[in-house]
Design a protein around this ligand. Structure first.
Ligand code: GLU
Length: 337
């Protein structure tokens, strides 16, 4: 073999690896392992969450040779499906969507239980947040009748929550002028007076609600409460009462805590992703917990214990390996281990 081709082949090979982004085992002495994290719209909390996780992990590139990147996506349902079909290695997904996927409910009813789905950890709490133009006369869900309301895009986690919320209060989608656009577009549409209200299942504070509350059109955070909500929470194990902290949005027309209901953001992967990669990511987030918490104000409430609650898919073996080493298994539902 001529010298030129001897040099050329290894270069070509690593270039191909880099281009296909295919997985190589960490520590095998090979090239870097590329992993992509599916998130949500850029003004939500999932997108910066993907950024925070990548930042912590990429700091240890020399040790693990993992290069994590972030993709803005349609949200939880998209992320779970993309993780399952191998387009993404990790995704942020609502705890209710994780539950439905592993149990073959809602979007997964026809396909059945998504047995390859694995949980890694929980992240921040998310509230079903209802924002309305202050002048639209909307003081509760029942007032959404005949209004222009964004329920969320297909692929989002939130669409199911908006549907559950209106149904619980006796409304059907046909009773509203329902829209199905991405959450990132909703604040602009309210300000352009093309929407009266929108739902967003999201952690607080976030850029989306800041944008919605900062324009010419005054907007308020609408309470979701009452016997109808109590019945909804009783019906579905993954919902719990929550509050939207109005104080985080000083330009909103109302202030103080606004009652609602919520879920948790969780970090998911597939059984097909290698143990080494999941172990490395889990270890870096938990070993650098205080640094991680500083990366977004929605993480203020996090504890290591809270990050192990709200999961329903079995834990990935790489995550279990770390939790055992770190003595954290006491906080975990034994059926997930
Ligand atoms: N919970 C939202 C969804 O999956 C995404 C929220 C966010 O991006 O922070 O629909």
């Amino acid at each position: 073999m001529k010298l030129a081709s001897k040099l050329f082949f290894p270069v070509l090979f690593s270039l191909l690896l880099a281009l296909t982004g295919c997985e190589t085992d960490t520590g095998s002495g090979g090239g870097p392992t590329y992993v992509t994290i599916g998130t949500g719209g850029v003004t939500g909390v999932y997108y910066p969450t993907g950024g925070a996780i990548s930042r912590i992990v990429n700091k240890k590139f020399d040790q693990y040779k993992i290069k994590a990147t972030v993709e803005s996506t349609g949200g939880s349902v998209y992320n779970i499906n993309a993780v399952l079909n191998g387009d993404l290695q990790f995704g942020v997904a609502q705890s209710d969507r994780q539950y439905q996927a592993i149990n073959g409910e809602k979007e997964w009813k026809e396909k059945g239980p998504q047995k390859d789905l694995r949980s890694v950890f929980s992240i921040h709490p998310e509230s079903i947040t209802l924002i309305a133009a202050a002048e639209a006369g909307i003081n509760g869900i029942k007032d959404l009748k005949d209004k222009r309301v964004n329920l969320g895009n297909p692929g989002s986690g939130q669409l199911g929550n908006s549907q559950d919320a209106i149904t619980a209060f006796g409304l059907a989608e046909g009773d509203l002028k329902a829209e199905y656009v991405k959450a990132v577009e909703a604040p602009g549409l309210i300000q352009d007076e093309r929407l009266d209200a929108f739902f967003y299942t999201v952690g607080h504070p976030n850029g989306n609600i800041k944008e919605a509350t900062s324009g010419r059109i005054k907007v308020k955070i609408v309470p979701i409460e009452g016997a109808e909500l109590d019945a909804l929470i009783k019906k579905f194990p993954y919902y719990a009462k929550s509050v939207v902290p109005g104080s985080m949005y000083p330009n909103a027309a109302n202030s103080g805590d606004v009652p609602s209901f919520g879920v948790k953001a969780t970090f998911v992967t597939s059984i097909k992703v290698s143990e080494d990669i999941v172990y490395a990511i889990t270890k870096e987030i938990f070993d650098n917990f205080e640094d991680f918490k500083k990366l977004h104000p929605a993480y203020q409430v996090l504890t290591k214990e809270s990050m192990l609650k709200g999961l329903s898919a079995p834990l990935h073996p790489g995550a279990v390996k770390y939790y055992k080493e770190a003595g954290l298994t006491q906080y975990i539902d034994p059926s997930l281990l």
